[in-house]
Design a protein around this ligand. Sequence first.
Ligand code: URA
Length: 212
Amino acid sequence: MAAAPALLIVDHPLIQHKLSLMRARETPTGPFRQLMREVGLLLGYEATRDLPLEQTEIETPLETALLPVLAGKKVCLVSILRAGNGLLDGMLELVPSARVGHIGLYRDPQTLAAVEYYAKLPDDLAERDAILVDPMLATGNSAVAAIARLKQQEARSIKFVCLVAAPEGVAQVHGVFPDVPIIAAALDRSLDAHGYIRPGLGDAGDRLFGTK
Ligand code: URA
């Protein structure tokens, strides 16, 4: 099997269309949330593309056949709070039996450093493939902190899924963790002086929860 690319931009037309609607300033909270859920599901499809299969006997109405089913179903979706929950909802529709972890991080407004305030993960992460979700890969500080936490708990494998990545964030994550594939709907131009992605979509958490 070919190795997963370090950075995969999923250029499916449905994802690109939905992301452009999300970027529009006038898109209100309800539709924004629905679009985030839909794009989460579509990105989840890519993120789970290499899940292993095993052959099992299934009785169709006509005969018994050896057919592929997921081997083990050992996936853990991990949301970086709070905006990660928007992508998580869509991915859970796709993989409803996945375990779910949460990591709470906030950005220190002065230093932009990631500060952990909460972490709850399944005990058996060492037997699970972790898919970490956060809509915006900006400085990369939150992603690096969350990946470090998953590595500390010995996750079997780790992928990072976001809507929009900044080149600075990709460089930061791959500078520290070159083995973690990043799956994104778009790679934007750059970060601005406040750590926002340009052109971006604004503050993903505020837009998802209507807090501003
Ligand atoms: N977080 C966001 O929500 N938006 C950005 O542009 C950067 C970080």
